[in-house]
Design a protein around this ligand. Sequence first.
Ligand code: SF4
Length: 410
Amino acid sequence: MDLYNGRLLVVDLTTGKVEINTLKEDFFEENVGGILGNIHLFEEYEEMDPLIIGTGPFTGTLFPGSCGGVISARSPLTGNLSHSPVTWFFTPEMKLAGFDHVVIGGAAEDPSFLWIRNENAVIREFPEDIIESWEITDYLRHELGDDRVQILTTGTYGFDGGLNAQIIENYWNSFERYGFGGLMAGKNLRAIAVRGLGDILLANPEKYMKGCLKVLNQTKNSPYYPEAFEKLVHSYSADPGIEEIKHRVDGCFNCPIPCRVFVKYNEPANELSSTDIEEPGMLLTDFEAFAILRKKGLNGEKAARVMEILSRKGIDPGVITSTKTNAFEGLLKEIEEISGIKEHVEGDIFLISRNNIANQIVAYTFGFCPVLSHMAEIVDYELFSQLIMDGADIEVNMVEVEGRINKITP
Ligand code: SF4
């Protein structure tokens, strides 16, 4: 099938059964993909208490910001079906591995990880004592012999039963705010690892590429380019304060407005060669949490160090909003305490802004980044309909899709 794979992976951790099912054209005509596809599948597999990862039609393609995927599950914090974006490189890799959606239900008896690779998947045992996110990622990449393997996991806090445990993307904080890291831990699932070496085929590559270029040109008008991380932090009325530690700007798969910054605080920020310092610093991904830390009076370096601790432990940086302390040590202690309380964001879908909500949900549906959708005016139903026609030769009823998107808007 062009643009899509037409494949659904269903994993039952309780029985150890792994099934590959076909998703027919009418599934995509009706649901497009992403969040709408996940909602449909949640209804079908609800009794397994599933965690569902979905890609959209544009995920992994030349469409700008096509790192976008969505993870949906019943939040252990709210009890509601909730949705968070998956960014960085996981979902493009999942699509190249041959799956549009992955449903993971049940709970394993022993610590396990799910290894998805090239139209196949297996559940494998995982060592009991490796529970820190950075160590989990290092261990898996070494064990699987490939540094490009993409990993979703959580950290020590999550595996100790912490409530506000966040899903970590390789080493770094995600935008997940619903305790899905805790849900993974409760399933005895230490990690989901994915690697795909397949292709995404297109019905009409030239026309599809032309449409993507049109979208790319629209991103050029974004006021967030360049220095998107700094501008996003400013949008929360905070001063980034990272001049001294900023090493490089980084972005997810195929992103034209990269909003991530690698900062170095264990060696000079301008050091370009590899030194014997094992961990030179941290990739700042959560601009909102960083802004709050800066407003609490922490300098850029200390705020970055807090973010490192949160990502290693798998604590949702969203809990920072509830802390009263400004001092570095006191803040860490208070975060540990607060993260044992059911704290969660408003609504059941992670939004980076309460403005242009529908545009962010569109990103969750079609498979691009909702942060990019916030930073650039790229939503165009007519063009998207044409792109699906050019990519998959499928006609989607966009009026219906728009209606469904507006209905799920929180
Ligand atoms: S806008 Fe930021 S989060 Fe979104 S794809 Fe680009 S780098 Fe990733």
